[in-house]
Structure formats: structure tokens, C-alpha cells
Design a protein around this ligand. Structure first.
Ligand SMILES: [Zn+2]
Length: 179
């Protein structure tokens, strides 16, 4: 609550703490996502972390199904890439995410893996994250995991920076400001 006036000692403080920062992914969540990325190699994996603000916050990791291969097989002209270089979240998973959002959860982290290449935020990743030039989930942090030759090879986090109007690297292990 910026600009809310004088601090009222005590009352406002704990709430502020939970509102102002959160960890992008906990070590346990990172290992779950890594395990998924390795299991689905050489296809890109994808999923989201949902958070419901409360004390302690309610975190829900939701691995999603990448249906890119099915789309590519059905219509290669429209979907030239297969799951090795792209991901497409199963619409059924999007429905589950929508149901959770109705329960008060919000999308905090959106992750996917890269196959045999680095954990960078590609032009395609950026394009997919924007709708008419605006971020689809301005509060969400994107996490990219690199899997090279079947082994975990690093991860990167990228957050929307409104003043630069671009996604900039964030530290995966440190709390980020909730916006
Ligand atoms: Zn990507």
C-alpha cells in the first residue's frame, strides 16, 4: 500500500511482509520442476505456480501438459514447431488454472524448459508472454530451465520491467517484490 500515510505500528507490518515479497520458486519447487523437465525431455515441459495470498501464503505447483506435438502432427503448417522447441499448455490445464483463480489463487510463476540450449528468455517466449504488446500476466515471473543431453543445466528467471517495457533477468532464489 504505497502512500497509505503514516505507518501504524504493529497492525500493518506483518501483512506488508507477505504482500511485498515472495520467493519465485522454493528449492523444493525447483527440484520438482527440474524432475518434470528431465522426465519430459526431449520435449519442453511447462507449468505454473499459483499463489493464494494468506499467512503463510498458499503455494500450488501445477505441472501442465505440453500439447505442442499433437498440434504439430495435426497441422504442421499452422504449428511448424514440435515440442522440442515449443510448448503449448493443454487447454484443460488452462481451465484448471482458471478454476484456481476463481478460488483466489493468482499465477505467480510460469515455467518451461529449453531442450539442448540455454535458459534464456527467447524472442518467442517474449512474444508468447505479450498480448498486443502488454504482458498477459504482468505480475508473473517466467522461469526457463535448460536441459542439455538429458541433464539439468541451469535455470533463469525473467520478470516484466514496466519502465523498460521488457523482461529482465531476476534472481530465482531471492524474494521478488509482489507487484
Ligand atoms: Zn522458451
Amino acid at each position: 500500500m504505497p502512500g497509505a500515510g503514516q505507518p501504524s505500528p504493529g497492525a500493518a507490518r506483518p501483512r506488508r511482509g507477505t504482500e511485498l515479497s515472495r520467493v519465485i520458486l522454493t528449492p523444493e519447487e525447483i527440484s520438482q520442476v527440474q524432475a518434470q523437465a528431465l522426465a519430459e525431455y526431449p520435449a519442453e515441459c511447462c507449468g505454473v505456480l499459483l499463489i493464494r495470498p494468506s499467512r503463510p501464503e498458499d503455494r500450488l505447483l501445477l505441472p501442465c501438459r505440453n500439447i505442442q506435438d499433437e498440434l504439430h502432427t495435426k497441422d504442421p503448417a499452422r504449428h511448424p514447431r514440435d515440442a522440442r522447441t515449443a510448448y503449448y499448455i493443454d487447454p484443460r490445464d488452462l481451465l484448471s488454472i482458471g478454476r484456481r483463480e476463481a478460488e483466489g489463487y493468482r499465477v505467480a510463476t510460469i515455467y518451461h524448459s529449453h531442450i539442448d540450449t540455454g535458459a534464456y528468455f527467447s524472442d518467442t517466449d517474449k512474444r508468447n508472454a505479450l498480448i498486443n504488446g502488454e504482458p498477459a500476466y504482468p505480475d508473473a515471473v517466467y522461469v526457463v530451465l535448460s536441459v542439455v543431453e538429458g541433464k539439468a543445466a541451469g535455470a533463469g528467471a525473467f520478470a516484466w520491467e514496466p519502465t523498460r517495457r521488457d523482461f529482465v533477468p531476476a534472481d530465482l532464489t531471492l524474494p521478488v517484490a509482489a507487484r
